[in-house]
Design a protein around this ligand. Structure first.
Ligand SMILES: Nc1ncnc2c1ncn2[C@@H]1O[C@H](COP(=O)(O)OP(=O)(O)OP(=O)(O)O)[C@@H](O)[C@H]1O
Length: 628
């Protein structure tokens, strides 16, 4: 057991050091609070001595005046003790709250430094649970533990010193149980800690189920899957309860064992002390004082053991918190990173390869150059890598090989902040906050005036419908903006990007949820905006392709063609038809082709031999077909 216990002890103290590192700024306040608590505890140790006096002198001498006096003195002393205890405990609790808030903020900030590669693998419910439940468990360590540990250690040492001074034999009798309780405590600690970590895992699992289920409420209702979801949550809760049951049983057994052990010392005093008094070797007052001190010692040992178990449990939870803080961001900024502050951006891809997972290439040998004022339309079947290519520009992911350059410099040379400030992106899945329309648009540029927000909304043809909303721009749009239609959400996200007014514009299926008329208007707005900008657009509509300066056809992560619009229309048998049918819905010429163009749910269509598709992506691509 010792090697294991040693490891556990080391881990525990490492966790404690990390937690207390957060409390360092409050060291002065903590020290003062603990001093107050120690004074309060020391005062408490006076009571048995007062009672000893009562038995040995006042009662023996029938001194009523002394009783009055000592009673008054005790009252005064205990009022003082209550005041010290109140101030000390109250201040320490506040420190606990501050540390927890700081820790939550630190974890939150750290989560935002981690790349998309980390986030797409995480379940939000689990992260929320760590941020909520686990961090709260850490509070227990800072606030409660330090109070109880200080009170009880001080009480233990104080009572032991007084007892040993009064009668060392009886003192040793009381202290004899201490090593035993220590052994039991150390045996149970790791078990309780592991159970606690499991409880937190199960809690996080249930939170994840609840979070996912509530997020997908519409789908669940449409498929009448509420009973299934309830069942999923119930089974999560049952698993949680099973672990809790096991932890509670272990904890209760541990506490009962410790109580039994410590009570035995009081019983020993009762027996041995009683005999001593009868033999005239000990005064009755001393026996009473001993019994009270042994109670103090017992109580201290029980509480310290309980705190050890709480500490073990909180350490399990804190481990889950520090696990997040220990993750290194995959995307790093250079120490001497430059600011990208230009209003014009020449974007180049130079031999770019990219893969989300090793050995599964998504982009291969991408070579392109886009000038300010130019629009690059990316076309290709679903899964060809269009969105991925766009994501590499603001460094949402880093290239595997080659480089993405802006104004001749690798994007990795710029600060992430300035690089991303230079890019306005409207992505496939529109995300809106559950705040007002105005705040959602202003997210594009936080210092924009109300007039500028409205101008952006007008340009995105969102103003008209916003004005018709209940409270216009101040309308709260509910969680993720779900109170709006898909097209309305999309127009707000376009307004947000327009307001950002960045030199690079990335539009990923930006107008897919808007009807033909609205799209034509948005298209005009985008056209105006695109004039001075470098624009990449994932094109799903013929109009978008027509307005582009460069058309890139992607297939299996490679640029396979750079046709002119006329060539594109003339030579393509798959893509152009799909684009056309999206714009003018009618039975598709090739069933299944349309869905293959844009929807993520759809399966990629089987490769056909067209001008834009090569059946084997390993075939060498003639350089003449690449954008130089
Ligand atoms: N975060 C990710 N992790 C792992 N693989 C991914 C991730 N995102 C996309 N992929 C994979 O990368 C490939 C390219 O996806 P991408 O989204 O770039 O395609 P796309 O051409 O934009 O398709 P669509 O038109 O359907 O949006 C696909 O095979 C997809 O499964």
């Amino acid at each position: 057991m010792s090697a294991k216990a040693g490891e556990d002890g080391l881990e525990l103290s490492a966790q404690a050091r990390r937690i207390y590192a957060f409390a360092r700024p409050y060291a002065g306040r903590i020290a003062l609070s603990l001093l107050m608590i120690m004074i309060a505890t020391a005062i408490g140790l006076l009571l048995p001595l007062g009672i000893k006096q009562l038995f040995d002198q006042m009662l023996a001498e029938r001194d009523t005046a002394a009783i009055h006096l000592v009673t008054l003195a005790l009252l005064g002393i205990f009022v003082l003790r209550a005041v010290f205890s109140f101030i000390g405990q109250f201040r320490l609790q506040l420190v606990g709250d501050s540390v927890v808030a700081e820790l939550r903020i630190r974890v939150f900030e750290h989560l935002h430094t981690l790349g998309l590669d980390y986030h797409i693998q995480q379940r939000i419910g689990d992260l929320l649970s760590r941020l909520g439940n686990d961090v709260a468990a850490v509070r227990n360590i800072v606030a409660n533990l330090s109070v109880y540990v200080v009170i009880n250690l001080f009480q233990f040492v104080g009572a032991a010193v007084v007892m040993l001074g009064m009668n060392w034999r009886m003192g040793l009798l009381v202290l004899a149980v201490t090593p035993l309780t220590t052994v039991v405590t150390r045996g149970f600690g790791p078990v309780l800690r592991r159970l606690s970590a499991k409880i937190q895992d199960e809690l996080a699992h249930s939170t994840t189920i609840a979070q996912e289920s509530l997020t997908g409420i519409e789908l669940i209702k449409a498929y009448a899957r509420a009973p299934r979801e309830a069942q999923r949550y119930r089974s999560g809760m049952n698993r949680y309860l099973a672990v809790v049951l096991s932890a509670r049983r272990t904890d209760a057994f541990f506490n009962a064992l410790i109580s039994l052990l410590t009570a035995s010392s009081t019983i020993a005093i009762f027996w041995y002390g009683g005999l001593q008094v009868m033999a005239g070797r000990l005064s009755a007052g001393s026996l009473v004082a001993f019994l009270l001190y042994s109670q103090n010692i017992t109580q201290s040992i029980v509480t310290l053991s309980q705190q050890y178990s709480s500490f073990s449990q909180a350490a399990g939870a804190s481990k889950r918190v520090f696990e997040i803080l220990d993750i290194e961001p995959s995307l790093r900024e250079r120490d001497d990173a430059l600011e990208l502050r230009s209003e014009r951006a020449v974007v180049e891809f130079d031999g770019v390869d990219f893969a989300y997972r090793a050995d599964e290439p998504v982009l291969t040998g991408i070579q392109l150059r886009a000038e300010p004022g130019q629009t690059v339309a990316l076309v290709g079947h679903s899964g060809a890598g269009k969105s991925t290519l766009i994501r590499l520009i603001p460094r949402l992911y880093d290239v595997g090989a080659g480089a993405v350059r802006i104004n001749g410099r690798d994007v990795r040379d710029y600060t992430l902040e300035s690089l991303r400030q230079s890019v306005a992106m409207v992505s496939q899945d529109v995300f809106l906050f559950g705040t007002s329309v105005r705040e959602n648009i202003r997210y594009g540029r936080l210092d924009a005036s109300d007039e500028e927000v409205e101008a952006a909304a007008r340009a995105a043809h969102a103003h008209e419908f916003i004005e018709r909303l209940r409270e216009g721009y101040d309308t709260q749009i509910g969680e993720r903006g779900l109170q709006l239609s898909g097209g309305q959400r999309q127009r707000i996200s376009i307004a947000r990007a327009l307001l950002k007014d960045a030199p690079i514009l990335l539009l990923d299926e930006a107008t897919s949820a808007v009807d033909g008329a609205a799209e034509a208007l948005i298209q005009q707005a985008i056209e105006r905006l695109k004039r001075q900008r470098t624009t990449f657009v994932v094109a799903h509509r013929q109009a978008t392709v027509r307005n582009a300066d460069v058309i890139l056809v992607l297939e299996h992560g490679r640029i396979v063609e750079r046709p002119s619009y006329a060539e594109f229309i003339a030579r393509d048998h798959g893509l152009a038809v799909a684009l056309h049918t999206r714009q003018n819905p009618q039975p598709a010429a090739e069933p299944g082709r349309e869905s293959g163009m844009g929807s993520r749910e759809s399966q990629p269509p089987a490769p056909t031999r067209t001008a834009f598709s090569i059946p084997d992506s390993r075939l060498p691509i003639p350089r003449s077909t690449m954008v130089e």
